[in-house]
Design a protein around this ligand. Structure first.
Ligand code: ADP
Ligand code: MG
Length: 175
């Protein structure tokens, strides 16, 4: 068990397509048992990134916002790990509730991606990859008409932090 943090790495993401592409690249670093926590306000791009993760992992079904279910399991189309996409917002009790979800999948054999999981799912594993997504303040939209409209590209800053031994030797700047 370790709480050591690899140095954080920050990158700039200029569009939803780039966010998906980041997810696809990141998927290449992920393996069964990995926990990815996504932090960021509503509309930050957590689900967009997870969509790319699903594409990169080669899982069945498009990743959509899990708002109306707590977790959705996307089985691999090949022999890779399934993606378990969790919206922990309504996961009151944290880990115990997570186990109570009775998902038809083994968490240690899955890649688990959690939105809104702070303070709730850290105990699942000793290691985790934490992605903090925040909107850039005062950026000028490059596409679309109104800032904040769904088809408007906006700058996001993504900070990747690996926690634990699993991530100590991974060069996050290479993602
Ligand atoms: P969250 O899951 O964090 O609530 P979503 O991924 O569901 O966020 O939504 C992000 C919204 O922001 C989408 O409508 C997307 O088109 C828009 N958007 C604009 N610029 C970006 C960007 N650079 N990265 C990700 N999403 C962006
Ligand atoms: Mg979301």
């Amino acid at each position: 068990s370790s709480s050591s943090s690899s140095s954080a790495f920050e990158l700039t993401v200029n569009s939803p397509d780039e966010m998906r592409e980041l997810g696809r690249r990141l998927a290449g670093q992920l393996r069964a048992g990995d926990l990815v926590m996504l932090t960021g306000e509503l509309g930050a791009g957590k689900t967009t990134l997870t969509r790319g993760l699903g594409e990169g992992l080669g899982v069945r079904g498009a990743v959509t916002s899990p708002t109306f279910v707590i977790a959705r399991v996307h089985p691999s189309l090949g022999d890779g790990p399934p993606l378990v996409h969790v919206d922990a917002y309504r996961l009151g009790g944290g880990l115990d509730d997570m186990e109570d979800l009775d998902l038809d999948v083994s968490l240690p054999e899955s890649v688990i991606v959690v939105e809104w999981g702070e303070g709730k799912v850290e105990e699942l594993t000793d290691d985790r990859l934490h992605l903090l997504i925040h909107r850039s303040v005062g950026t000028v939209p490059s596409r679309g008409t109104a800032p904040g409209s769904p088809d408007t590209d906006e700058v996001r800053h993504v900070t990747l932090t690996g926690v634990g031994e699993r991530w100590a030797t991974v060069d996050l700047s290479a993602v």
